[in-house]
Structures are given as C-alpha cells and as structure tokens.
Design a protein around this ligand. Sequence first.
Ligand code: FES
Ligand SMILES: [Fe+2]
Length: 351
Amino acid sequence: MVAVDEIYFLRNIWYHAMPSHELKPGKMMAKVLLNEPVLFGRTKGGKAFAMRDICPHRAVPLSCGWFDGEQVQCCYHGWRFASNGQCTEIPSLMEDQQMDLNRFNVQSYEVREVQGNIWIYMPDPDRNKAKSSTLDVPRVPGFADDVKPNITYTMRFPCYIDHAVVGLMDPAHSPFVHRSWWWRGGDLNPEIKWFDPSLLGFTMRKHRMGNMGRGYWLIGGVPDNEIIFYLPGVRTEETTTAKYRAVNLTTVTPLTDDQTDVTFELYWDIPWGSLLKPILPAMICSFLGQDRDVVIKQQEGLKYEKVLRLIKDSDTPARWYYQLKNEYRRSQEENREFVSPVKTQQLKWLA
Ligand code: FES
Ligand SMILES: [Fe+2]
C-alpha cells in the first residue's frame, strides 16, 4: 500500500525545463517549476540561463520587465540584472551614493542544454541543504549532444507529479487506456521481462519485441527494445533494428502541486523519418491524451481515497518509483550515498 497524501518534490536534481526551440535568442520566458517562479532567458549570443522570477527590490516578477538580450531590467524601478543574476544597476542611485549591489543579486539556477533540451538543476531551497550538481544531465543514448529531437510534444497533466510518472511506467493499462486502431487491439498477451537496477532508477533489459504495436513495422524488421527510467521522472525507450535507431525521451516536470508537464520527444536516424513528421503530433497527442484523461478521472477518486493498493508484478515499477524517490530524499537529508532499492528481477504480466 502506498499513502499518497504527502506532497514533495525531489531537490538537488536535474529537471527537464523545456525543449530548446521554445526559448529564442534575445527572449525570456516565465515558468513556475516545483512551485518556484523561474525566469528563463536566452542571450543574443545563444546562452540559456535561469533566475528567480522575483525582483529582490519589491518583488515584482522580472518577467514583467525588459530584456535587451544581455540583461534583465525590472519594470518597477529599473534595477538591472546580468544573466547570472548579478545586480548591475540601481537607476535611482546618485553618483555619490555608493552601494554594494551584490547584496541584491537574484538567485540563479544552473542550466544545461544538450540534445535540444534545456535542463535545470533545482537545489534545495534551504541553503544548508542545497548541494551543487554532481550528476550530469540526462541524455538520450546513442545520439550526440548536438542532435535535436525530430518531434517534441508537451502536454500538461492536472495532477501531482507522482501520478503522471506512475502512469508512464505502468505496463498493465495499455490494453484499456490506449485503444487506438494504429496501436493495438484489446487482447491481453503475456509479457515476461527482466529488470535491473540502473543509475537512480531501473532498466527493462533489452529484448526482442514480440507483442508489437501496429506502428512498429514502420522502422523495419523486428526491433530490440530497452526502457530506462530514472529520477526525478525521465524515461527513455530505445528501439533498434539492424538498420535504424529510434529513441523516445519522455520527461515529467512538476510545475505546482497539481500541474505537471509531460514532454514526449522522438529522436531517430531513419532517413525517411521526416515523412512521419506530419502525422506524428496527432498520434502523440491522442496517445498522451489517453494517459491524461485517465489521470483526470483518478483525480476525482483521490479526493476521497488516499491509499493506493499496488500489486506485484505489474505495479512493481510503480513501487520502485516510490522507493527510489523516498531513498533519494533520505540520502540527501542524511548526506550519504544513494542506495538503490531496486533488485534484478523478472516481472510477468498480461497486457
Ligand atoms: S521592484 Fe524591481 S526595481 Fe523595484
Ligand atoms: Fe499510457
């Protein structure tokens, strides 16, 4: 049984912020992440940055002000901040009024951009518990850092992050939730898969795909498939044939206690893959929409019920998620190494 009335976000870890193309040079964009107002920007030179979206003077959101491609200026009294959050100017000061402007720096966030995505490191808001990043940002296996996704699609789920993540890794819902003519019918087939612990998560061991959805013939031959999940909510599914590779990266990022962004991206090295581009967004929208719709229904029930009964084996990945999250939080609090709660195991289910 899992009690779901406690809400917390993991800290001192990388979250997916947005696909790179959403942040244009010389522009800024406000977003709430983990209940914190964050101002993203990209300098004219192309460097992405992030800072707290609150002016330290009198708390007006900096996103209400101006950005000249280098510095952000507050709309209330014109205080200016460099992209690293440093306060560089207070216009009302006379020349003989010297002041240490560093006292008014805005909190900045570490940001990294790889494979067409912007990642943000969310430290613990308690300064004594904040740690700098030691782990690298998530990467899609088998693709270079400068490769961009061929498709990106973000859908907002009106729920707490855990329900979006658990829905993503739940192997038993497909025949009931994802009933599309292009995906698969409603028959239940046996699945037997090996799972291994991996960095901050687990891996469904690479296997030859038997129970294929109808869409997979598109990449040629019977593919191998490997799924990796890790905290705080990142999943890669790699599908390879002798000729081609396609990877789906799905990220889950909490905005608030009950708003979560799920971003679905596809990377491929299939030469004729661009032919798929016109039809894929509608398919992804329909697929993710099915997951979101059932989560919306679940929200109704969760108003009255705070306990989930998770069964072996089909809910084992969900149980691992709760255990992984709990262990990450405790290892941070206790200032010790993370010890994976996942053990190598074979799981069986019908789906
Ligand atoms: S509130 Fe931002 S400059 Fe005064
Ligand atoms: Fe689903």
